[in-house]
Design a protein around this ligand. Sequence first.
Ligand code: NAP
Length: 232
Amino acid sequence: MTITFITGANKGLGHETARRLIEHGHTVLIGARDPERGAAAAAALGARYVPIDVTDDASVTAAAADVAAHEGVVDVLINNAGVHGPYGDPGTLTGAASLAVFDVNLAGVVRTTTAFLPLLHRSADPVIINVSSGMGSLARTHDPDRPESRVVAPLYTASKAALTMLTTQYAKAFPGIRVNAADPGYTATDLNGRTGPQTVTEGTDAIVALATEGPGAGSGRFVDRTGEIAWS
Ligand SMILES: NC(=O)c1ccc[n+]([C@@H]2O[C@H](COP(=O)([O-])OP(=O)(O)OC[C@H]3O[C@@H](n4cnc5c(N)ncnc54)[C@H](OP(=O)(O)O)[C@@H]3O)[C@@H](O)[C@H]2O)c1
C-alpha cells in the first residue's frame, strides 16, 4: 500500500493528482488549508483529509503528527500547493507580495519536507515530488519558441526557479529519497483564471508518472509530460 500526501489537493492539479493516484491504488491523504473544501474533496474522492496551511509552522507540524498517528509512514510527498501572486504592473510589486509568494511556493515546501522527512524515512521507497514549473526554467523563459518566454510574472517565475534549485539540493542531501520536480505545463486551473490549454488530467501526467515509477528511477530530475527536461 502506497501512502501519498498531497498539499493543496482540494482543487486543481492537486485534486486531479489525488483522483488519479487513488485509481492507481494509492492511499491518498488530501492536504488542504480550508477544512470545508478539504473535507469535501476528500469525501468526493474517498480519501482522508488532513488540514495543512504550508505557510504556518504549527499547521504543518500538526499535519505531520496527524499522519504519524494515523498512517505512521509516507511513501510519496507531493509538494503541490502554490500561488501565482499579484498580476498587474511589475513596477508596483512590493516586498510583502514577494515574501507572500515565496512563503507558499518555496518556504512552504521547506516546512512540509522537514516535517514529513521522519515519515518518509519509514518508507521502503520514499519519494518527494515538487510541483514546479517551466516558468522557473531559464532555458524555457528565454526560448522564443516556448510560450514561457512570452509571459512576465516576476515573483511566480523567481519562486519556481528557487524551487527547482531546492529540488536538486534536496536530491543531493537525501540520497535515500527520490526527489524530483514536475512541470505540469500550462493547465486550466484557478491559478491562471482557467486560461491554460491543457486539461487537469494532461497537467498531472508528469506528477503521476513520478509518483508511480518504481524503485531505481533517478533522483534530481525535472520532468514534464513528455519526459525529462533541462534544469536551466
Ligand atoms: N496551472 C498551471 O498552468 C500550472 C503550471 C505549472 C505549475 N503549476 C503549479 O501547480 C501547482 C498547483 O496549482 P494549480 O494550477 O492546481 O492551482 P489552483 O487550482 O489554484 O490550486 C492551488 C492549490 O494550492 C493551495 N494552496 C495555496 N496556498 C496554500 C497554503 N498556504 N497552504 C496550503 N495550500 C495552499 C490552494 O488551496 P485554496 O483552495 O485554499 O486556495 C489550492 O488547493 C502549483 O504549485 C502551481 O504553481 C500550475
